[in-house]
Ligand binder design. Structure first.
Ligand code: HH2
Length: 404
């Protein structure tokens, strides 16, 4: 007898329903069973020991598990990280019960619920601006952000576009090649030895190009700056998106500026140095959650916030590979994910020391894997090639979802 066993990876209830339907399950049976066919592991940090014990009991009673640190049961430690491991059905039953318990368990239940919900389906966004431009971020339709650096010292295009006409011609080409957004940067943010410039200098370089760019291209233009005054001037001129490589945590006035202009903002993880006290993904997620909170407190709606792990910023080459391999963990934050790997140094290092101009294939691998792991916007230099890589990856992920 050959039963032809295969191990299926089912990541969402929608996929589970499709698989159950394929084997001819009764529709009522599908309702009962779909939640049992999806298994998820949720990691929580710093849960008070008393609450963790109740959490464990509750999940065990529903047939799931909640692993805690030694010393939790006898309360010899104050708090523990927790790994909850259960099917969606078990989560539903356990969370309903936890919502009726003391010690902050209802809030914990809501946090778990929100993370599971966000991980189940990537968020959709539809942006529109007063000038009629629009941008749609929807699952399996990757958005290409073409890079236009007008810095004299950018590491990868080395100041090739620092005259106005050249910059405009390049931007037009990027749009022809398939860019959905142009990301305009006037100060190199490169971590190794980029020249820092004043806000006045940045504006002087940025604003004349921006003014012309806005009428030269039909797509939304994002401005790569972490200075609130530069962002304010750029938005007054009509820029559409702010791309802040310090995630609203560099300049304290940035969140208010983005809120006042009502534009989407990219919040990127960044730090000085490459030392991480704990798991790097935990730190990136915590930083981005803080950025989101700063934004929301200033009046930026959650729908206007896009997140970015900041590949190459405050990270070693090995860290960048780790972040890329675990990118899907950031889905729990519920915001569209932007990924900027293009021609970066870690790609050159992984490929035995290749210069920026030879990092195209390596970049393609990061774009494809990034999309497979949930990235929705890809910030790239080689728009034509990477748009093809993205379209191809979109087509495959679409296929998995519909025909698995
Ligand atoms: N990377 C760079 C600059 N801005 N913004 C976001 N959101 N994400 C990124 O990964 C990111 C970014 C650095 O790349 P590049 O623009 O090519 O180089 P430079 O900083 O020298 O201009």
């Amino acid at each position: 007898m050959n039963f032809n066993p295969r191990v299926l990876k089912i990541g969402s209830e929608e996929d589970a329903r499709a698989e159950l339907a394929k084997i001819g399950c009764d529709p009522l049976g599908i309702n009962i069973m779909s939640g049992k066919a999806v298994f998820q592991t949720v990691k929580l940090e710093n849960v008070p020991a008393k609450a963790a014990n109740l959490l464990k009991q509750t999940f065990l009673a529903k047939g799931g598990e909640a692993a805690v640190a030694r010393g939790t049961a006898d309360l010899t430690i104050a708090a523990t990280d927790v790994l909850v491991a259960a099917t969606l059905k078990q989560y539903r039953l356990a969370l309903a019960q936890l919502k009726m318990q003391p010690w902050g368990l209802p809030q914990l239940a809501e946090a778990i619920e929100a993370a599971l919900k966000a991980a189940e389906r990537l968020p959709e966004r539809h942006y529109s601006w007063k000038d009629g431009r629009t941008l749609a971020i929807r699952p399996r339709h990757s958005v290409i952000m073409g890079i236009l650096n007008i810095t004299p010292d950018s590491f990868s295009d080395g100041g090739k576009f620092n005259t106005l006409d050249k910059a405009l011609r390049h931007a037009e080409q990027l749009v022809k090649d398939g860019a959905d957004i142009i990301d305009l940067g006037a100060e190199s943010t490169r971590p190794y030895g980029a020249a820092k410039i004043s806000a006045a200098e940045e504006e002087e370089r940025l604003l004349p190009v921006l003014a012309r760019l806005l009428s030269a291209v039909p797509v939304p233009v994002s401005v790569d700056t972490y200075k609130a005054s530069v962002a304010d001037e750029a938005l007054r001129l009509g820029a559409h998106i702010i791309n802040d490589v310090w995630g609203l945590q560099g300049d304290p006035a940035m969140a208010e500026v983005a809120a006042r202009h009502g534009v989407p903002v990219v919040v990127m993880h960044n730090q000085n140095g490459t030392v991480y006290e704990r798991d790097i993904m935990a730190e990136i997620a915590a930083f981005l959650r803080k950025s989101i909170a700063i934004g929301e407190n200033a009046g930026i709606p959650l729908e206007h916030i896009l997140i970015d792990p900041g590949i190459g910023f405050g990270k070693t080459a090995a860290d960048n590979l780790t972040v890329l391999s675990r990118l899907d963990e950031l889905a729990a934050l519920g915001c569209p994910l932007l990924l900027g790997t293009s021609r970066k140094r870690f790609i050159g290092e992984a490929l035995g020391g290749l210069p920026p101009e030879d990092r195209g294939e390596g970049t393609a691998a990061t774009v494809a894997l990034g999309i497979a792991k949930g990235a929705r916007i890809l910030r790239v230099h080689d728009v034509k090639a990477m748009a093809r890589v993205a379209r191809m990856t979109d087509a495959i992920t679409q296929e998995v979802m519909t025909n698995g």
